[in-house]
Write a protein that binds this ligand. Structure first.
Ligand code: URA
Length: 434
């Protein structure tokens, strides 16, 4: 088999065999196939697309390119969850203990943040002492003992995706639906869950700007899950404004604690209950997603979800006192408010601009090597639909370094659109693909 022939076949729009796709992934991971041929292949895929079968074969070949988690020692059906990423998205921090409190074990591998989107692992590391690098045995042992664990992805999880993603980044082939779908799902499949709930974001802070593209991506990922033997359901959800009110690592942990204590922002609670209801259903612990959401709401109300988060933090070496005393989380030296320039209703908040402002303050990474400041970030006082007076605070910036403070302040102010007319509220959950 020759890579040249595979590139030509795809360039001409023909369907590749599983053997040809595996030849490419094995050869590229082993560095037998050079970057220039892989780049040509990616561009051919970009223009010609992949059939659902080809996409599933690509995903499985990628998933098998490195470590694969073995969760068989954890009893019951393990349900994983993935978000395509947004601003202020701390749902994993809430969902893992919440679903575990319902008796469904959650073994979660998460990533770090890059650019305007945050990462769960960074957020958890703002809890003093919290360890995200558990050995595979300790990870499984903790899930068996506590019902919940969140660890950093192993360095050798889907090496094919690491190489391909870096190449896509420099060859203008990132925004291809089959390539995104196979990239995401290869990591989910290697992470070992029996079933997967996906949160596919649509809007100004998301990878997919339009709902139509988000539904197409959701369909592609659900098809891969089905062909790979993993029950998969996707919710397409709005990311036209940040989720909840806090953006930044320790600030988001604080908001997750509030949500687990039943006093979090309504949109975050709604999303966690919707995703969690699907997780319980796929795990066989609820007859319908609606019934599952009801079970979870009760666990938020009676304190059991919060208690599970405390247990998980303690098991991973973190200081569990942050649950009752959140001031033990890192706190920034200064707080600066961002006033509204006009009176009216908030008609839009550009989520990406808020995410970038938080990154400028030090909450996120511009490059993979950047160090982040867990204490800093942004708390939004006004969300879409809220009434605001001129001079009233729109947001508070939590600041340690002042170099880019003015730029961040302008970015947050510019992220808000204030209009005269109250905007129509679009639903948070735009649809379910299953
Ligand atoms: N996230 C991923 O993991 N892969 C992509 O290709 C895009 C977003």
């Amino acid at each position: 088999m020759r890579m040249y022939d595979i590139i030509l076949k795809k360039r001409r729009g023909f369907e590749l065999t599983r053997e040809e796709i595996e030849f490419f992934i094995h050869g590229y991971t082993a560095a037998d196939i050079p970057d220039y041929q892989a780049a040509a292949f990616l561009m051919a895929v970009f223009f010609q697309g992949l059939t659902p079968r080809e996409t599933a074969d690509l995903t499985l070949a990628m998933a098998a390119s490195g470590d694969q988690a073995d969760l068989s020692a954890v009893p019951g059906r393990k349900v994983d969850k993935h978000s395509t990423g947004g601003v202020g998205d701390k749902t994993t921090l809430v969902l893992v203990p919440l679903v575990a409190a319902a008796g469904v074990p959650v073994a979660k591998m998460s990533g770090r943040g890059l650019g305007h989107t945050g990462g769960t692992v960074d957020k958890l590391e703002s809890v003093p002492g919290f360890k995200v690098d558990l050995s595979p045995d300790d990870f499984v042992a903790q899930v068996r003992a506590v019902g919940a664990a969140v660890v950093a992805q192993s360095g050798n999880l889907v090496p094919a995706d690491k190489k391909l993603y870096a190449l896509r980044d420099v060859t203008a082939t990132v925004d291809s639906i089959p390539l995104i779908a196979s990239s995401v799902m290869s990591k989910k499949i290697a992470a070992g869950g029996d079933a997967i709930v996906l949160d596919v974001k649509a809007g100004s802070g998301a990878f997919m700007r339009s709902a139509e593209d988000a539904f197409t991506l959701a369909r592609a990922m659900v098809d891969i899950g089905r062909l790979a033997g993993r029950d998969t359901v996707a919710l397409v959800t709005g990311m036209d404004q940040p989720l909840g009110r806090s953006v930044g690592n320790a600030l988001e942990v604080r908001e997750a604690i509030d949500t687990l204590a039943g006093r979090g922002p309504a949109d975050l609670k709604e999303l966690c209950l919707a995703l969690g209801g699907q997780m319980l259903t796929l795990a066989g612990a609820a007859p319908t997603p609606e019934a599952g959401s009801g079970q979870l709401a009760a666990l938020l109300a009676d304190g059991r979800a919060l208690a599970k988060f405390r247990d998980m933090i303690a098991a991973q070496g973190g200081d569990p006192r942050v649950i009752d005393e959140p001031d033990r989380l890192p706190r920034a030296a200064r707080q600066e408010t961002v006033p509204s320039g006009a009176a009216g209703h908030v008609t839009a908040i550009q989520a990406e601009a808020v995410g970038r402002a938080a990154m400028l303050l030090g909450a996120g990474r511009r490059t993979r090597e950047d160090r982040i400041d867990h204490a800093v970030g942004i708390v939004l006082h006004k969300k879409t639909g809220d009434r605001v007076e001129a001079g009233e605070p729109l947001a508070t910036l939590h600041v340690n370094r002042t170099e880019e403070l003015d730029t961040a302040r302008r970015a947050v102010q510019g992220a808000y659109t204030i209009g005269r007319v109250l905007p129509a509220q679009s639903p948070l959950v735009l649809g379910v693909v299953g």
